[in-house]
Structure formats: structure tokens, C-alpha cells
Design a protein around this ligand. Structure first.
Ligand SMILES: *Cc1c(COP(=O)(O)O)cnc(C)c1O
Length: 423
């Protein structure tokens, strides 16, 4: 078996777990323990030397278990399995997607530095960037997906802090509009700004999940997830993850040790279970989403559909999509004919699809970004990034697609055609 390089889905049930260390149990138990017994004082000393980077690993040496804020078997096995999807050197799991994202921002930025970020971005990230980072003296500069390579260069160049550009936060596809950012293009642009260290690019890959987009292959240094979404996949936990090369991940893991925001062993164990079905869940959701999107695109009550599977061929967006993603995913947004009143009527009329925020779970969910997930984004900015009164976001689950289409169809039937169109 070791000679063959197996696909991640074949390894999700066994990789990194040694049954002989757990009474032969086929499944990894939950290691609900805060601390671990050392065989000898010498062993304890050796473990700490490694943990604190006081010496290099000996050949074949594995990091010993010390204390669950530093390491725990459930988290280590989970991290080793998550690495397989993105083919990353290392992974760190966190107690939430926001703690993964904020830890990366805090590690790679210091007062006076400039952060470049794509917009729209998840509401919580938007708040952290626009309302927390300025308090510690970090400068921030947003850009949108419609900017060309030269416009992006000029925007950074003309900002007051171009010489201090150190870190980039990207979210692509973006929540809630599926806007795409060309990661390779951003890499080229930021590399034109010479600073002491290489500019790091971190990509929030939550919206697409770990199957169909691998930012590390397109010039990103770090990839981040809200594991609450597709990775967890059952709407029953909150967690996050960061992946990247060994050198950068030492920095992420060290800050995690001192912030103490790692996931709990119980959450780690739940995520191990979720990973076993990650691929089949996501494939079922995507197949359903394609059906739902095709139904919506020609519906008279739908003004515009934002789904990666329906991007017009020949456009710049289509090129980015083809280069960066290997599937359209399961997030479908659309603008209803009308505004908030019509959107709310639709949401209130759904029977099978539940009205809730979050995404990536087995059940289909619907929400109104402008008044819910993105309520914290500045009003004058919302229109520019396409978050309007008419926008509805759907996270498509694993239900029968004909039932989903029936539900969406009957809810659209409840929506009156706006009076302005009845002339
Ligand atoms: C949900 C979400 C987050 C935040 O994750 P939590 O697990 O809720 O902290 C970050 N980014 C995106 C794109 C998300 O959808």
C-alpha cells in the first residue's frame, strides 16, 4: 500500500492513525486529556527542545505529546489528513474559521505594515480588517475582482504605504457573490513591490472547499478554511484550519500555542469523522447545485444568477474559473426580480430549504446577505460589490434535487412581480 500514492478520499479513514496505540480500536478515540505522561525527565526535556525550536528533529523523530494546547492526537491526525487535499507540508486547526484568519493576520502583520485584501469578503473578516487592524496601526487597502492587473498595481502604488506591503488576504470565490480573484495575477502584482521579505498571500478557500480549488498551486503561501462549513459539513460544530509550507506554518502554530485558540479534541474527532465523507458529500451537493442553478437561470422571477457553472464563456471570469477551479461548487446566489420585499417573501415561503446563515452543511440553507451575513459592511460599498436588496444566497445540500427545485419553485411562485414591471 505504501508504494502507491492513494487519493485523499482513500486515506481519510486510516491515514496517520496507529490502532496498536489505542487497544486496536479501528477508530481513533477522543483523547480528552489536557496533559501527557513523559516516560522520563530526559524524554520531557527532548520533547520541549523540539516544541520550542531549540534543536532540529533527529532523522525519523516525531514530535512527542506534551500538552493539549500544543498537540493532541485527535488534532495531529486531523491535521495530517487535511494536508492531503491541498498537498501542504503542514496544517493547524483552530477553534473557528475566524480564529484561523485572525491568527494569520496577526502573525504576518505588524504596526505600520500594509495589508491588501479582496472585497467582498466574509462579514467577520471584513470587520476584523476594517475595525480591528487599524487600532494596532496596520494600514489596509481593499480591491475588487473587476480590477485589471495594471489597475491593481496602480492602486497599491498610489497608496501611501506601498513600501510596507507585507501581506495579502484573498477570498475567492467570494462570499456571497462568487466573485473570482485571479491568485496568479495578484502574485505577479505584489512581487513587483520590493520589500525586505517576500509578500505573503493567504487565501480563504472556505467557499469552494478543499476539493476543487488549491490556492497553494497558484502562488498562495497559505490556505485557510472555516471548517465549520464543508469540512465539518453537518452544521454541528465551529472550527478552522490553516495550511502551508513548513516554514510559515511554524509561525502560525507558534502563535496558536500562545493565543491558545486550537480546536478541542472533541471537535477534532468530529472533523475526522466528517472527512471520511467529504468527497461524496461535496460531489452530491455540487450535482444538486448545478440542477438548481439551471432551473433558476431562466426563471421569470430571477433577474440575475451568480453561479460558477454559469459564467459566460470567453469572459475574463471564465478564464480565471477554468484555470483555478475544477468544479463550480455548491453555492448559488441570485438576484430576485424586485428588492428586499420580494427576497423576504421568497425566503419566508421556503419549506424544505431552511432560512439560516452558514453554508456547506448537508441541509440546504437560504439567506439574505445584505441584511444578515453582510449587515456589517458599509452601505456605500455594498452596491459596488453586488450585495443588493435583491440578492439571495443558497447553500445547496444533499437532498433530492427534484425536491429542492420543487421547494424553490413554489417559493418563487409566492413572490409577486414588482408593480413597477406591471406597466
Ligand atoms: C463562515 C466563514 C468564515 C468564518 O468562519 P467561522 O468558522 O464561522 O469562524 C470565514 N470565511 C468564510 C468565507 C466563511 O464563509
Amino acid at each position: 500500500m505504501s508504494n502507491r500514492s492513494m487519493k485523499p478520499e482513500s486515506l481519510m479513514m486510516s491515514y496517520g492513525y496507529k490502532p496498536e496505540l489505542s487497544e486496536g480500536a479501528i477508530k481513533c478515540p477522543i483523547f480528552l486529556t489536557s496533559t501527557f505522561v513523559f516516560k522520563s525527565a530526559e524524554e520531557g526535556k527532548a520533547f520541549f527542545e523540539l516544541a520550542y525550536g531549540k534543536r532540529e528533529k533527529l532523522p525519523g523523530e516525531e514530535m512527542g505529546l506534551i500538552y493539549s494546547r500544543i498537540n493532541n492526537p485527535d488534532l495531529e491526525i486531523l491535521e495530517n489528513r487535511l494536508r492531503l487535499w491541498d498537498q501542504a507540508d503542514d496544517c493547524a486547526v483552530f477553534e473557528s474559521g475566524m480564529s484561523a484568519i485572525s491568527t494569520v493576520l496577526l502573525e504576518f502583520l505588524k504596526p505600520g505594515d500594509l495589508l491588501l485584501f479582496s472585497s467582498p469578503t466574509y462579514g467577520g473578516t471584513d470587520h476584523f480588517i476594517n475595525h480591528f487592524l487599524p487600532k494596532i496601526g496596520v494600514h489596509t487597502l481593499g480591491f475588487t475582482s473587476d480590477m485589471s492587473e495594471e489597475e491593481l498595481y496602480e492602486t497599491i502604488h498610489n497608496s501611501d504605504h506601498a513600501g510596507r506591503l507585507t501581506h495579502v488576504h484573498l477570498e475567492t470565490p467570494a462570499n456571497p457573490t462568487n466573485a473570482l480573484i485571479d491568485i496568479e495575477m495578484v502574485r505577479r502584482v505584489v512581487d513587483r513591490f520590493k520589500t525586505e521579505e517576500k509578500v505573503t498571500i493567504a487565501v480563504d478557500n472556505t467557499y469552494m472547499g478543499p476539493l476543487w480549488q488549491h490556492p497553494l498551486k497558484h502562488g498562495a503561501d497559505l490556505v485557510m478554511y472555516s471548517a465549520t462549513k464543508y469540512i465539518g459539513g453537518h452544521s454541528d460544530l465551529i472550527a478552522g484550519a490553516v495550511l502551508g509550507n513548513a516554514e510559515l506554518m511554524v509561525r502560525v502554530k507558534t502563535l496558536r500555542t500562545f493565543l491558545g485558540n486550537m480546536a478541542s479534541p472533541h471537535t477534532g474527532w468530529m472533523l475526522l469523522r466528517s472527512l471520511e465523507t467529504l468527497k461524496i458529500r461535496m460531489e452530491a451537493m455540487q450535482a444538486n447545485a448545478i440542477q438548481v442553478a439551471n432551473f433558476l437561470k431562466d426563471h421569470e422571477k430571477v433577474a440575475q444568477i451568480k453561479y460558477l457553472g454559469l459564467i459566460e464563456e470567453g469572459t475574463r471570469n471564465y478564464q480565471i474559473y477554468k484555470n483555478q477551479c475544477s468544479g463550480p461548487g455548491a453555492m448559488v446566489s441570485f438576484c430576485i426580480n424586485g428588492g428586499e420585499k420580494e427576497a423576504f417573501k421568497f425566503l419566508n415561503s421556503l419549506k424544505l430549504v431552511k432560512l439560516a446563515v452558514s453554508l456547506g452543511g448537508t441541509e440546504s440553507l437560504a439567506e439574505h446577505p445584505k441584511s444578515m451575513t453582510h449587515a456589517g459592511v458599509d452601505d456605500d460599498h455594498l452596491e459596488h460589490i453586488g450585495v443588493t436588496d435583491a440578492l439571495v444566497r443558497l447553500s445547496i445540500g444533499v437532498e433530492n434535487y427534484e425536491d429542492l427545485i420543487w421547494d424553490i419553485s413554489q417559493a418563487l411562485d409566492q413572490v409577486a412581480i414588482p408593480t413597477s414591471e406591471l406597466v
